[in-house]
Design a protein around this ligand. Structure first.
Ligand SMILES: Cc1ncc(COP(=O)(O)O)c(C=O)c1O
Length: 437
């Protein structure tokens, strides 16, 4: 019988063959094959890593988690990367960390206000409400689809303690302006980088400007682990607090399987516990368990090697849509990067002009009927969503652009799985549609 190392070698080689047989290139048939807005892009390396992690059968954070988080850390240039089971969990943990009593007077408290936007994904706002704080919704600007900085300035009152924003669809918000305001008013900044992993602002990666930032690895995003996310910070205290919130609230920060990393496992005083109570079972936060498995991390570690190419592909696809939609300037407002930004676009966002001869929903129905997938800008206007009606939030001034976006805006994919044939087909279909009017 072969030993386990030999068997692993054979299984790994067979997995590559399996990949070729099962997943390699499918023919694009116009009108029959879907032009997805997003999807996982992978090859045999992700499958082999997933299989190898399964053969390790370590299951919880292990060697692949270490590899994955250190690749993220190198890519972004951040000190601390904590893996989690989703981008939403990453947002919840990043925000919850700021409520920790370990931060003293700087901690966020119930009733404090947090600046955000209403045209976004709910996971950027729900942690604010879940922690008993109050979202303050500021309008967006078109064509960057990021927060209106002038309105944001007017929205800051002594009750505002934090700014929690996503880089909309990969386009960085006006980071210089927001970081300057945060400094002036002593506000925390949480960067939801879930849609912008690889975007840059003035030569530096997004996710490195705020006090803390998050990533999502859901399949629609820049890289995937299926479900998954990460929290990034250069602040060692915040990193320890996030870890505690992520790992049941426990104070101990030993890696799985390790003991006594701090060297004081049985010689500290905590709360009103007896002196020397085992640090492994000391809980200093009201926490969760939102950790990632090593199988997910193994897939992510392979995906990280592809991320730079994925970002270039997203940028090229954005330009292709831009060329196509720019043929109809009387109908469409096409998106623009924020000044100083080089976005790794999550999507190509389009708004129909006021005097456009057709409606957004006519066009998106037509595109979807022709198997070209579209999406709206997530929740549209969050204040109108059933879950948010009657909750404790405030509109800064007005949400005129947000409402306009809710009614007139949609997006198409830029993900690396799109091909020249798909763009040719989509362009023909759009031409056909617009010619009817
Ligand atoms: C901006 C933004 N933040 C957070 C999330 C949540 O990430 P996840 O789906 O991994 O929970 C998403 C959606 O996927 C998102 O678009």
């Amino acid at each position: 019988m072969l030993n386990h190392k030999e068997l692993r070698k054979q299984i790994t080689a067979l997995t590559a063959e399996y990949y070729k047989a099962r997943f390699e290139e499918k023919e694009f048939v116009p009108g029959k094959t879907k032009v997805n807005y997003a999807g996982r892009v992978f090859d045999e390396e992700e499958l082999q890593n997933a299989v190898n992690a399964s053969l390790d059968f370590w299951l919880t954070e292990g060697r692949f988690s270490e590899e994955f988080s250190s690749k993220i850390s190198d890519f972004l240039g951040v000190e601390n990367v904590l893996l989690t089971n989703s981008g939403s969990s990453a947002n919840l943990l990043a925000f919850s960390a700021l409520t920790s009593e370990k931060l003293g007077d700087k901690r966020l408290k119930p009733g404090d206000e947090v600046i955000s936007v209403a045209a976004g994904f709910p996971a950027t706002v729900t942690p604010i409400i879940q922690n008993g704080l109050v979202p303050v919704f500021v309008d967006l600007s078109i064509p960057t689809y990021n927060i209106d900085v002038e309105m944001l300035k007017r929205a800051i009152t002594p009750k505002v303690k934090c700014i929690f924003l996503a880089h909309t669809l990969g386009n960085p918000f006006d980071i210089d302006a927001i970081m300057a305001l945060a400094k002036e008013h002593d506000l925390w900044v949480v960067e939801d980088n879930c849609d912008a992993f690889g975007s840059e602002y003035k030569g530096r990666k997004t996710g490195t400007f705020g006090h803390i930032s998050t990533i999502s690895f859901y399949p629609a995003h820049h890289i995937t682990t299926g479900e998954g996310g990460a929290i990034c910070t250069n602040d060692p205290q915040l990193a320890r607090i996030v870890r505690a919130f992520r790992d049941w609230g426990r104070d101990c920060y030993c890696a799985g399987g390790d003991n006594n990393t701090c060297g004081k496992r049985f010689s500290q005083q905590f709360g009103t516990l007896p002196f020397g109570f085992d640090h492994k079972y000391v809980y200093s936060e009201i926490g969760y368990n939102l950790k990632m498995t090593d199988i997910q991390a193994a897939i992510g570690a392979a995906q990280m090697d592809k991320l730079p190419d994925f970002c270039e592909s997203r940028k090229a696809h954005f330009q292709e849509w831009k060329r196509i939609f720019s043929k109809y300037p009387h109908c469409f407002i096409t998106p623009e990067p924020t000044e100083g930004a080089d976005p790794a676009w999550f999507a190509f966002i389009v708004t129909l002009k006021d005097n456009c001869p057709f409606k957004r929903d006519d066009l998106t129905k037509y595109l979807n009927d022709n198997l070209i997938e579209t999406r709206n800008l997530f929740a549209g206007n969050m204040t109108k969503q059933p879950a948010f009606i009657g909750k404790n939030w405030r509109i800064a001034d007005h949400l005129t652009q947000t409402d306009f976006i809710m009614n007139n805006t949609f997006f198409l994919g830029t993900y690396p799985g799109l091909t020249d044939e798909m763009f040719k087909y989509a362009e023909e279909k759009l031409d056909e549609f617009v010619k009817q009017y």
